[in-house]
Design a protein around this ligand. Structure first.
Ligand code: URA
Length: 205
C-alpha cells in the first residue's frame, strides 16, 4: 500500500495525543508508566481498536507489541498489510492493573480521546478487536454472534462509521476455534474495504 505521507493529519494526531496525555482524567493514569496513545499511519484507511495496553505496551508506550500483537501482524501480513499501513489504538490508553478489564468509568474517561482520534484519521473502516472495543460502539450484542460482520452506525459525535467486529487476538491465541474464526474473518477485510470505497465513490461522483 504505497501512499504519500499526510503530514497535516500526522501533526493533528500528535496534537490530539499531546492534549489528552495532559488532560485525560482516567483513573488508570496513576498506576501506569505512560499513556499508550496508538501508532501507525495517521492517514490510514483502517483503524484497529483493541481493549487496553498490557505490561509490555505500558513499558514501551506502543500498542500490541506482545504475543497478541505478533499474531495481529501475522494476520495483517496474510492480507498483504504491514503495521505501518494501518493505525492501531485501544479503548483505554493506560494499562489496567494486573491486566484486569477496564471499568465503564475508565472507558468513559478515555472516550473523547478515541473520538478525536477517529475524527482525525477518518478511516474507511474501523475494526474492533474483542468485546470491549465492540461494546464501545455496538452495545447489547454478543461478539460470538457478530464477529465477521459489518455494521454501519451513526453517532452524534462521530457521524456515520463502518465497523467490522473481530475476536481479540489474545483470546484467539489460546483457543483454536476462535483462532480459526479470526483468521477467516480477517480475510474478509480487503474485499470489504473495496466495497465501502466503491460505495463512497459512487456517492461523491
Ligand atoms: N491487547 C490490547 O487490547 N491492546 C494492546 O495494546 C495489547 C494487547
Amino acid at each position: 500500500m504505497e501512499k504519500k505521507k499526510n503530514t497535516v493529519k500526522e501533526k493533528k494526531l500528535e496534537a490530539i495525543n499531546a492534549y489528552w496525555e495532559k488532560h485525560c482524567t482516567c483513573g488508570l493514569r496513576e498506576g501506569a508508566i505512560q499513556a499508550v496513545p496508538g501508532n501507525g499511519d495517521a492517514d490510514a484507511q483502517i483503524l484497529f481498536i483493541g481493549e487496553a495496553p498490557g505490561k509490555k505496551e505500558d513499558f514501551e508506550g506502543i500498542p500490541f507489541i506482545g504475543s497478541a500483537g505478533k499474531f495481529l501482524s501475522e494476520m495483517l501480513a496474510s492480507i498483504h498489510l504491514k503495521r505501518e499501513d494501518i493505525f492501531i489504538t485501544n479503548v483505554v490508553k493506560y494499562r489496567p492493573p494486573e491486566n484486569r478489564d477496564p471499568s465503564p468509568e475508565e472507558k468513559e474517561a478515555c472516550r473523547q480521546w478515541l473520538v478525536d482520534q477517529v475524527k482525525s484519521i477518518d478511516p474507511v473502516l474501523i475494526v474492533t478487536l474483542g468485546r470491549h472495543a465492540m461494546e464501545n460502539f455496538i452495545p447489547d450484542r454478543k461478539i460470538s454472534e457478530i464477529h465477521g460482520k459489518t455494521f454501519c452506525m451513526t453517532f452524534p459525535d462521530l457521524g456515520m462509521r463502518n465497523f467490522f467486529c473481530l475476536y481479540h487476538p489474545a483470546a484467539a491465541l489460546y483457543n483454536g476455534g476462535l483462532r480459526e474464526a479470526l483468521k477467516k474473518d480477517f480475510k474478509k477485510i480487503p474485499r470489504l474495504l473495496r466495497k465501502i470505497q466503491k460505495e463512497k465513490n459512487s456517492v461523491t461522483n
